[in-house]
Design a protein around this ligand. Structure first.
Ligand code: FE2
Length: 234
């Protein structure tokens, strides 16, 4: 199983503060049945160039990878890209795709999206170079009309939810409604540390399986694997 959204790389954003903390997080994820982790540090185009970000990400990745045993989950470098008007024209956007894939994890504003915002996302999708994945969609889906959401899906835009949306005793019912309509495609822990934002994704997969069945969950996991397999051992 995959954790599609994490802040597990050490000392690069507001996530893990050290290699030791990253290893604790990876160990917890491994114990929850996760074998693949996408590392998605925040990227803010206002704050730094893509090149500077990639250098920092490589340093953090190298520092962590040399310390982790093979028994811990494989890490795939990516980014959580904050949306802004003009993102589609960002120099180096290709380099922010999850490594070896066309997937771009994009953090959208938590409000009703304008027509130009929606069109920019569908344009990114229709370019053929990218598959936009909208991060923790539960934060903004309910601000959008049904038509907007269906239009994004019809254009090949994929959706990610955070594990806490499925774990929450009230929010899970909204999650089930979305899941039954195949309105999200990936789950992420969005873990930042081992305290208030610790990894808790194994529970979400179990809840989904209990509610929607083994076949649904197996298909869901296979869909994620198919999108990521280029880089993964198995
Ligand atoms: Fe995040």
């Amino acid at each position: 199983m995959t954790d599609f959204h994490t802040h597990i790389l050490p000392a690069i954003d507001d996530g893990s503060k050290s290699v030791a903390e990253s290893i604790e997080m990876l160990t917890a994820l491994s114990e929850q049945g996760i074998s693949r982790v996408v590392a998605t540090p925040h990227f803010y185009a206002n704050d730094e160039s893509v090149e500077a970000f990639l250098n920092r990400r490589q340093n953090a990745f190298d520092a962590l990878v040399k310390e982790i045993p093979d028994s811990l989950p494989a890490i795939l470098p990516g980014a959580e890209i904050r949306y802004y008007d003009g993102l589609s024209r960002l120099d180096g956007l290709d380099s922010l795709r999850i490594q070896g894939t066309r997937l771009l994890l994009i953090e959208m504003p938590e409000c009703k999206w304008s027509e130009s915002t929606i069109r920019e996302i569908t344009d990114i999708a229709s370019s053929g170079r990218y598959i936009p994945v909208l991060a923790h969609i539960e934060r903004s889906v309910f601000c959008q009309s049904e038509t907007t959401f269906c239009r994004l899906l019809a254009n090949g835009v994929l959706m990610q939810v955070n594990a806490e949306f499925i774990n929450g005793s009230f929010s899970r019912f909204r999650a089930f409604r979305l899941a039954k309509k195949s309105r999200f495609h990936f789950i992420g822990s969005d873990c930042h540390n081992m305290q208030n934002r610790a990894p808790d994704i194994g529970k979400a997969y179990k809840i989904l399986e209990k509610k929607l069945g083994k076949a649904y969950t197996a298909d869901f996991i296979e869909f994620a694997n198919n999108h990521l397999k280029i880089n993964l051992k198995g």
